[in-house]
Design a protein around this ligand. Structure first.
Ligand SMILES: Cc1cc2nc3c(=O)[nH]c(=O)nc-3n(C[C@H](O)[C@H](O)[C@H](O)COP(=O)(O)OP(=O)(O)OC[C@H]3O[C@@H](n4cnc5c(N)ncnc54)[C@H](O)[C@@H]3O)c2cc1C
Length: 305
């Protein structure tokens, strides 16, 4: 069971940062609590009593999103359900609806923040591969005297290992800032021990844009999770495909390459097989999502959310 001596609900970022400096060591920030509660309740950490919890969910500055200059600034309290229901977010972040539909269930999606998912830094966090594909950065705030100082760090540098990030003890993630991929098709593939309410064993994200002819790849972004200590972007496979006229054979050849990178300690051979199939399926699905088709590929039934 999770208990705490003090539960704070600040309404401004400045108040939250000041509290974070004042509370005893071992206190925790909380947003949707969908990671923190099971962590204590399921006995992973045993019964936990925290000196203080600082709930970020009432802070106006962390809500909502803005799109400007080809980038999307997602406030840290944006939850997964918004990636499914908000039309503009679906357009700008084409991989996220596919990621969200397989993420937990409606209730959890209404609570679970993208920022909390990234800070939790699970090797199989579903949000990390699509956000790597979107060149995401985290905006992080801390107090210096009475001034709020901010820094940004790329998601790739932020996640250091399972459960480890670059976040300092007195810092709060205020936003996730990423590329708008308006005009791209998206896809997300995921497998775990079961189909629903499942934590991924392996997941893959793809975003793709074709040129005006609809036959040549203008841009492609690919990323994998669950195959090593940290999720990874597949830059070399992207390079193989960017500017190319796609064939089913070329996609299959490129998709086979990342299997060598599977470094998980368990079920390594299984994951290698899954990875090849997932990259291939993600590319085909993302192509269908942007209205393109590869000659010789069969129509897929599960491509649309
Ligand atoms: C039933 C169930 C199903 C789930 N399914 C999935 C799934 O399909 N895929 C998946 O990836 N995960 C899944 N999860 C895990 C969880 O829902 C996600 O990781 C979620 O996105 C965490 O967000 P949260 O807001 O609930 O984080 P919290 O639990 O509130 O916090 C998580 C961590 O992030 C820190 N934190 C939160 N916000 C901030 C911030 N702004 N700045 C600094 N630190 C912060 C907290 O201190 C804590 O360490 C599931 C959980 C449950 C209970």
């Amino acid at each position: 069971m999770l208990t705490c001596d003090e539960y704070h609900m600040p309404t401004t970022l400045a108040e939250a940062l000041a509290l974070l400096q004042a509370v005893p060591h071992g206190s925790r920030l909380v947003a949707g609590a969908t990671d923190i509660l099971p962590w204590a309740r399921e006995g992973r950490a045993g019964d936990v009593n925290l000196p203080a919890m600082i709930d970020l969910s009432r802070i106006e500055e962390l809500q909502g999103y803005e799109v400007a200059g080809g980038r999307v600034r997602l406030g840290a309290n944006v939850v997964y359900q918004q990636f499914l229901t908000d039309k503009a977010l679906r357009r700008h972040l084409p991989g996220m609806p596919y990621c969200s539909i397989w993420f937990a269930d409606d209730q959890i999606r209404e609570q679970a923040t993208l920022a909390g998912n990234l800070v939790n830094a699970s090797p199989a966090a579903d949000g990390t591969p699509p956000m790597l594909a979107h060149n995401a950065e985290l905006e992080i705030a801390r107090l210096e005297g009475s001034d709020i100082k901010r820094r940004t760090i790329s998601l790739a540098d932020f996640v250091k290992g399972p459960g480890k990030t670059d976040l300092g003890p007195h810092e709060i993630v205020t936003a996730v800032i990423c590329d708008s991929l308006d005009g791209y098709g998206g896809s997300f593939q995921k497998v775990g021990q079961r189909r629903s309410l499942v934590i991924s064993s392996v997941c893959a994200a793809a975003c793709i844009k074709m040129d005006k002819t609809g036959e040549v790849v203008e841009d492609i972004r690919l990323a994998l999770g669950g195959v090593g200590p940290v999720p990874m972007r597949l830059d070399d496979i992207e390079k193989m495909l960017r500017g190319k006229q796609l064939t089913a054979e070329l996609i299959a050849r490129a998709s086979a390459k990342p299997a060598e990178r599977v470094a998980s300690r368990t079920r390594r051979q299984y994951r290698r097989t899954v990875v090849k199939g997932f990259i291939e399926a993600a590319i085909h699905e993302a192509l269908e999502d942007c209205g393109a088709r590869v000659p010789g590929s069969a129509e897929r039934e599960d491509a649309h959310v």
